[in-house]
Design a protein around this ligand. Structure first.
Ligand code: SF4
Length: 700
């Protein structure tokens, strides 16, 4: 691959990976130990303020490394772009003629820019006329999104600037490990602790983040909901409810107070394993704080009861009077790079741009006007992510899949089964930078541009819309996802297509797409109407909702009221229930999964970076010393981990930081998700990634 040629150096942009979207300067052609691209952190972005993690520092290798795809592939053979796109369009036409519009499905990603996510949703509904579109964000924070919508009428990950955390007196973090997933986040927590604030972490593992905590609660996997109910029970029983706040700003407290009466601490201790004294201390820390935040991450959310679990933590936050008060609140720590924006612009099965509901007639009418079609022409809602993948190639299911920015062979639950579904398709098209495990199965692979080779906006975990700038030239042969969508839309619409279905409806300039996105989102929950590229650049990001160009944006949307019809937050009674799959004699251990510092998501990018692979190059199985002794296993020995869905292997890591009844595997390689349980949350349709039953055996 030729060295990326300099366009302008250095260019202020953002990291290609996680939802912190750290600001970085990218200079092509310089020598800074990362190939020919030098990366330095920006000081002006508050989320990282001069910090980067190892993934960010080494991201230049994504631009210069040799693993890049640069030619379209048709059944593994290099072809020209016209041949590849003609083939795809012809196959789509034939399959839709035989199976109807829903015979073709689209799968997007939480790392796509806002412009790509928006145009992908439009492409599915307008060009393909299919209802079958969803994205991997369904696997990420959908339970927290559903719970926030239920309680507040709006889902914006952190509904306050991240810097508020440094000024808090207490933070409770349920199921997040930012010291590994997004290390610069930790500086906000340590700043809080340096001021005398206290950190409480709930996690079955003594993670790097839990080690920073003043109090670590280590529940049995799958019992966070019971723990949250127990904490609220204590708040009520000990008279620590903020009565004035509850009366003035909420509805439904009485029913929740009644329901948590049954969750007395000793009962919760029996279920969770968390000592009563620790629960009491957690309540004392939170209730004594003048400003406090309760945060959830995937550990609390990725369950078949994830929406109810997050709801229980929101109920706790409401009883303490936190949401909508300056310096306090509830927030979800979104994980994927554009996990926030990716869920706002219509690549989700049940959504239209502006975070609108697809079954809302007014929403359909507004978006149809922007798209230049009749509202009745907008299909949907379609299947959720796992249900979509599970239906591929089955009777009545889609026969073709167009996949952008995702790698479900590694990241989907019950991934062995999903892989078989993908193999059974009549057409699989994958648009990607590298030959991911999913791309390796595709009939057609389309090589695309990446972060620093293109412009676009990303919305970080605070709801701050940021600008990704082009810093280097893309290699010869690749095209942007926007160009791919236009190329297909034009071919599918035919030469006589009207403006909305033809070339004019599918711009390839990100700024042009963003202008349309602004109009489509106007009046919606995630209102971007007042945001422009120029404002983002001048103001280092603009918080949505921002309905007009003279509107300052909204860093703290709940200060004056919640986004519910009466402006009050809703308490919602919820009850604990066991995980979808509990341990038994055949599968006596819990499996939980997560990330490691050196890798990101399915690892398709980070596993190709030498410095990151040098840190961790293969999967592993973390077990407690007691379990190691019982199995007569020493560190490094190969272990086989078996669930009801499949089996995988990894080297043993013996670590007292994990519970003796639990094993941990990272999900960056094929393996962990072979085992995971696809049972779905009934509200969010989130699979139960974070707990299933397994047995562990020594190999040989
Ligand atoms: Fe920042 Fe996340 Fe990139 Fe690390 S991976 S540099 S935490 S945006």
């Amino acid at each position: 691959l030729p060295v990326a040629a300099p366009v302008k150096a250095p260019v202020a942009t953002h990291c290609p990976y996680c939802a912190l979207q750290c600001g970085m300067n990218v200079a092509a052609g310089a020598d800074a130990g990362t190939g020919t691209v030098a990366i330095t952190p920006r000081q002006d972005i508050p989320a990282n303020a001069g910090g980067l993690c190892q993934k960010g520092w080494t991201a230049g290798e994504l631009l210069t490394g040799g693993a890049r795809l640069t030619t379209p592939l048709l059944h593994g053979e290099p072809v020209g772009w016209d041949e590849a796109l003609d083939f795809v369009a012809d196959r789509i036409r034939a399959l839709q003629a035989e199976h109807g519009p829903d015979g073709v499905a689209v799968f997007g990603g939480g790392g796509l820019t806002n412009e790509k996510a928006y145009l992908l949703g439009k492409f599915a509904r307008v060009a393909l006329r299919t209802s079958q579109i969803d994205y991997n964000g369904r696997f990420c924070m959908s339970s927290a999104a559903a719970a926030s919508n239920r309680a507040f009428g709006m889902d914006r990950g952190l509904p306050f600037p991240i810097t508020d955390l440094a000024a808090a007196d207490a933070v409770l973090l349920a199921g997040g490990n930012m010291a590994e997933t997004m290390p610069p986040f930790v500086r906000h927590l340590t700043a809080m602790r340096d001021r005398g604030g206290r950190l409480i972490v709930i996690d079955p593992r003594l993670t790097a983040t839990a080690r920073l905590a003043d109090l670590h609660l280590q529940p049995t996997p799958g019992t966070d909901l019971a723990l949250a109910l127990g904490l609220l029970h204590l708040v009520v029983a000990e008279g620590r409810v903020d009565e004035d706040y509850v009366a003035a700003r909420t509805n439904g407290f009485a029913a929740v107070a009644t329901s948590v009466a049954a969750w007395w601490p000793e009962r919760v201790e029996r279920i969770t394993g968390v000592p009563v004294a620790q629960m009491r201390l957690a309540v004392e820390i939170l209730a004594d704080a003048s400003r406090a935040a309760i945060l959830t991450g995937r550990g609390a959310e990725q369950h078949a009861k994830g929406t109810d679990t997050v709801t229980a933590f929101i109920n706790l936050a409401l009883a303490l009077g936190l949401p909508g008060r300056p310096g306090s609140g509830y927030g979800c720590v979104t994980g994927q790079g554009n996990g926030q924006g990716g869920r706002e612009h219509g690549q989700k099965a049940d959504q239209l741009p502006g975070y609108r509901k697809i079954d809302d007639p007014a929403a359909r009418a507004h978006v149809a006007r922007v798209w230049g079609i009749d509202p009745d022409e907008i299909p949907g809602p379609g299947r959720s992510a796992y249900e979509l993948l599970d239906a591929l190639g089955t009777a009545g299911g889609p026969r073709a899949l167009l996949l952008f920015g995702s790698n479900p062979v590694v990241s989907a639950p019950r991934s062995g089964h999903v892989t078989e579904r993908l193999k059974g398709l009549d057409l699989l098209v994958v648009s990607d930078l590298v030959m991911s495990e999913t791309a390796a199965l595709a009939d057609v692979v389309l090589p695309t541009t990446q972060w620093a080779e293109e412009e676009g906006t990303m919305t970080n975990l605070e709801g701050r819309v940021l600008l990704r700038r082009r810093a280097v030239a893309a290699p010869e042969g690749v095209r942007s996802d926007l160009e791919v969508l236009r190329g297909l839309a034009v071919r599918l619409a035919g030469p006589d297509a009207d403006g909305s279905r033809g070339a004019a409806g599918f711009p390839t300039d990100p700024r042009e797409v963003f202008e349309e996105l602004r109009r489509a989102s106007a009046g919606g929950t995630a209102d971007y109407a007042g945001i422009t590229y120029e404002r983002i650049a001048a103001e280092t990001g603009v918080f949505w909702p921002c309905p007009a160009e003279d509107h300052p944006g909204t860093p703290r949307p709940f200060l004056d009221g919640f986004a519910t019809p009466d402006g009050r937050a809703r308490f919602v009674p919820v009850e604990h229930r066991p995980p979808g799959e509990d341990v038994d004699a055949d599968y006596p251990l819990y499996l939980t999964t997560g990330r490691v510092l050196a890798h990101y998501q399915s690892g398709a990018q980070t596993r190709r970076i030498a410095a990151l692979n040098a840190v961790v190059s293969e999967t592993f199985v973390e077990i407690h010393p007691d379990l190691a002794e019982r199995l007569e296993v020493s560190p490094g020995q190969r272990l086989r981990v078996v669930s009801r869905r499949g089996e995988t292997e990894g080297a043993a890591r013996v670590n007292p930081a994990i519970r003796a009844d639990t094993v941990f595997m990272p999900f960056h390689w094929i393996g962990a998700n072979v085992l995971t349980n696809p049972e779905l949350d009934p509200v969010s349709r989130m699979p139960e990634f974070k707990v299933c039953a397994v047995r562990v055996e020594r190999v040989g």
